[in-house]
Ligand binder design. Structure first.
Ligand code: CTP
Length: 409
C-alpha cells in the first residue's frame, strides 16, 4: 500500500501556514489489511480509519457517485485498484486536491499548485456539485485566504450559483451548515464569507433575512455607509479585527435584521427595528440550531443594541431594566459580550472605525454599581420572597442614580 498526505495539510504547507490536522489517503489496500495493521475503523459511511498511535485519519482511496438528493444519496467505491488521481478528482477545490508522499513529492494532477500561485479557489471537476456543502466551504476558504489575495474563480462561482438555483442547498442539515458558518465567522475576514454567499445567491437561500438588508438605506448622519447590508459586513469585519468570540460575531451578523422589514415609505428611518427583528433572529437561530449562547446573545443584542448606544442618556430605571434583562448579576460575561457587540456596531460604520465608545465603560460601571448592592442587610431587615426582590431592586436603583449623578457628563 502507498500512503499520501492529502487535502488541507498539503495546501497549508505550500502556503507556509501552520498545519494542524493531517489527512492521509491509502492507495492499494483493503479494509482487512488496515485492520490487521491495527487501524481502528470510524464511521459507517466511508472506509476511514484512525491510526493506532497518532489518531490521524487514514481513508482508503475511493471514488464517489451521487445517486439522489441530499447528503444521503452517495455511492462510493473503495478498492485497492482505485488510483490516487481517481481519489483526488472527487475533491472540492484544486488546492485541496494535491497529495504528497513521505519524500514530499507532490502529486498534483489538477494543477492545485498553479491555482495556489494564482490565488484562485477553483473546483476540480463537475463532481463539485455532488456536495452542496461545498458552496459554504468555498465561501469559508475565501474568508480565510482573503488576506493572501485569494478569490473564487468565475467558473466556480457560476457552478455555485447553479447548485444554489437547483435547490440542493435545502438538503443540507442544520448541523453541517452551522459547522461551516461557525468556522467561517471565526476566520479573519468573516465578511468575505457572507459576500461570497451573496454573490452566488446562496445567502438568499440560507439567510434571506440577512440578504434582505442589502439595498436598505439608513440615515446618513449615523450611517455614512448608508446601506444596511454594507453596515452589517463592516460590523462583522470590526468584530474579527477585535478578535471577538463566536457569540459576538453571530450577534453582529443578526443585530439589524429588523431593518429589512421597514416599509419603503419609512426609509431611511427604522422605527422599532430592534423589536421587529426578534422574530427573524429567532428564525435564523433555529434554522441552524445555533448553540444556546449564540442564540441568546443574538436576541439580546437585537433587542437592546440601541440602548447600548444611548447608555449615557438612559434614565437609571431604564439602565436597571437593561441590567435585569441581562441577568448581569449571574451572567456578567454575557453583558460584556453585549457591550462588545454594541461597540462593533458603532465602529462598523464608514469612517467611524476608530471612534471611541465611552458607552462601554459607562455600562460596565453601571453593572458594577448594581452588583455592589449587598443582599445580607436586607435579609437581616426581615425581607423575604417577592418583597426581598423588590427591596433589592430598590437598592440597585438607588445605586444607579448615585452612579449616574457622579458620572462625568
Ligand atoms: N473534501 C471535499 N469536499 C468536502 C469536504 C472535504 O472535497 N465537502 C476534501 C478536500 O480535499 C479537503 C479534504 O477532503 O481538503 C479534507 O477535508 P477537511 O478536513 O474538511 O478540510 P481541509 O481541506 O483539511 O480544511 P480545513 O483546514 O478547513 O480543515
Amino acid at each position: 500500500m502507498q500512503i499520501y498526505k492529502v487535502g488541507g495539510a498539503v495546501r497549508d504547507r505550500l502556503l507556509g501556514k501552520p498545519v494542524t490536522d493531517i489527512d492521509w489517503v491509502v492507495v492499494g489496500a483493503t479494509t482487512e489489511e488496515m485492520l490487521a495493521k491495527g487501524f481502528r475503523p470510524v464511521g459507517a459511511d466511508f472506509p476511514v480509519f484512525l491510526h493506532p498511535k497518532s489518531g490521524e485519519e487514514y481513508a482508503l482511496a475511493r471514488t464517489e457517485r451521487k445517486n439522489g438528493r441530499g447528503y444521503g444519496g452517495f455511492i462510493f467505491h473503495a478498492s485497492p485498484d482505485v488510483t490516487l488521481e481517481e481519489d483526488l478528482i472527487r475533491r472540492d477545490l484544486t488546492i485541496n486536491a494535491m497529495a504528497e508522499d513521505d519524500q514530499q513529492n507532490l502529486t498534483d494532477p489538477y494543477h492545485g499548485q498553479r491555482d495556489l500561485e494564482a490565488r484562485l479557489l477553483r473546483h476540480v471537476s463537475p463532481a463539485f456539485a455532488e456536495d452542496p456543502l461545498r458552496v459554504l466551504r468555498v465561501a469559508r476558504f475565501a474568508a480565510r485566504y482573503a488576506e493572501l489575495g485569494f478569490t473564487v474563480a468565475p467558473e466556480t462561482l457560476e457552478l455555485m450559483r447553479q447548485l444554489t438555483e437547483s435547490g440542493e442547498l435545502e438538503a443540507l442539515t442544520p448541523e453541517r451548515s452551522w459547522k461551516e458558518i461557525a468556522r467561517a465567522l471565526m476566520e479573519d475576514q468573516p465578511q468575505v464569507f457572507i459576500k461570497v454567499l451573496r454573490e452566488c445567491g446562496a445567502l438568499k437561500v440560507l439567510m434571506p433575512e440577512v440578504d434582505a438588508l442589502f439595498g436598505v438605506p439608513q440615515p446618513e448622519a449615523h450611517h455614512p455607509e448608508i446601506d444596511t447590508g454594507v453596515h452589517t459586513l463592516s460590523v462583522l469585519e470590526q468584530a474579527a479585527l477585535h478578535k471577538q468570540p463566536l457569540t459576538v460575531r453571530w450577534a453582529c451578523l443578526l443585530h439589524d435584521l429588523g431593518k429589512g422589514l421597514t416599509p419603503e415609505e419609512e426609509w431611511p428611518r427604522h422605527i422599532a427595528h430592534e423589536h421587529k427583528g426578534l422574530k427573524l433572529i429567532k428564525a435564523v437561530n433555529e434554522r441552524f440550531k445555533a448553540p444556546k449562547d449564540c442564540q441568546e446573545l443574538a436576541l439580546l443584542v437585537g433587542e437592546y443594541h440601541t440602548h447600548g448606544h444611548r447608555a449615557l442618556e438612559l434614565k437609571p430605571s431604564t439602565l436597571l431594566e437593561l441590567l435585569q434583562s441581562f441577568d448581569v448579576y449571574r451572567r456578567p460575561q454575557r453583558f460584556e459580550e453585549f457591550i462588545a457587540a454594541c461597540e462593533m456596531d458603532a465602529r462598523g460604520r464608514k469612517g467611524l472605525e476608530q471612534r471611541s465608545y465611552p458607552q462601554a465603560d459607562y455600562l460596565r460601571g453601571a453593572a458594577t454599581a448594581a452588583r455592589s448592592v449587598a443582599v445580607q442587610p436586607l435579609l437581616e431587615k426581615g425581607f423575604k420572597g417577592p418583597e426581598l426582590g423588590e427591596a433589592i431592586k430598590g437598592e440597585r436603583l438607588k445605586a444607579l442614580k448615585a452612579y449616574k449623578a457622579a458620572a462625568p457628563t
